[in-house]
Design a protein. Structure first.
Length: 237
């Protein structure tokens, strides 16, 4: 009996360990999503890419980014937080009027893993409602807060026929105070069809603004064009 109990306990411990590892992998993998559609880049031979910005709008940094994008006639996709849009409607309207794409990054930037399905649904729907209130009628793209997904969130996104847009180039601009390092990482790692992760929200983004100008100048010189994510997806080879 003692041997059986010890074996059972050992099996239980290993099972819990395996399940936790599996859940962590499902939550953070950029290679696989259990339900629905997820993209990290687009397979194309054209020299195009998408700059994406998370967590805004966040004046004055978002407005400075818009100035730079307009200066270079470049388009971007902003994965906005619903409550930040409500607090900065003027900036959000400017994004739309200048031809940029607004995506759903949840309503309050909660982690949508390890939480109730009702919370997931509310965070997605409330953010969609805010964007719809600005006149956005097309299928609104989604990006999971922190890029975390696991099981319930992908299931809900699949039910809503929403694409979860992640990235394949992450310069971790939220950690660096050096705009040249941020820009150098992006320039060295992009390829045709890349999706670049930047942040315009969450604090002082002076370094991201400066890095964006460096990136656009250099990559335009190399022949790249900057598209919205939806435009990029339309070029899938």
């Amino acid at each position: 009996m003692t041997v059986f109990l010890a074996a059972f306990l050992l099996f239980t411990v290993f099972s819990i360990f395996f399940i936790r590892r599996a859940l962590n992998w499902l939550g953070t993998s950029y290679k696989f999503q259990l339900f629905g559609k997820m993209i990290t880049c687009v397979d194309t031979h054209e020299k195009v890419l998408a700059l994406t910005y998370d967590d805004g709008p966040n004046p004055p940094y978002t407005d400075s980014l818009l100035d730079i994008l307009r200066k270079f006639d470049a388009k971007a996709t902003f994965f906005t937080v619903g409550e930040n849009v409500e607090n900065n409607v003027g900036t959000a309207r400017r994004m739309i009027s200048e031809g940029h794409e607004l995506g759903n990054h949840s309503y309050s930037h909660k982690r949508l893993v390890g939480t109730r399905l009702e919370t997931i649904r509310s965070e997605i729907q409330k953010a969609d409602d805010v964007l719809s209130g600005l006149g956005i009628r097309s299928n609104i793209l989604f990006r999971a807060p922190y890029g975390l997904k696991r099981i319930r969130l992908p299931w809900e996104l699949a039910r809503r026929q929403k694409t979860n847009v992640l990235w394949n180039v992450d310069p971790k601009d939220y950690q660096s105070l050096n705009s040249e390092e941020i820009a150098s990482f992006v320039i060295s790692n992009v390829k045709p069809g890349s999706i670049v992760l930047f942040h315009d929200g969450g604090g002082d983004r002076t370094q991201t603004v400066a890095a964006t100008e460096i990136v656009i100048q250099q990559l335009q010189h190399e022949g790249y064009q900057f598209k919205t994510v939806t435009e990029l997806m339309a070029l899938q080879a």
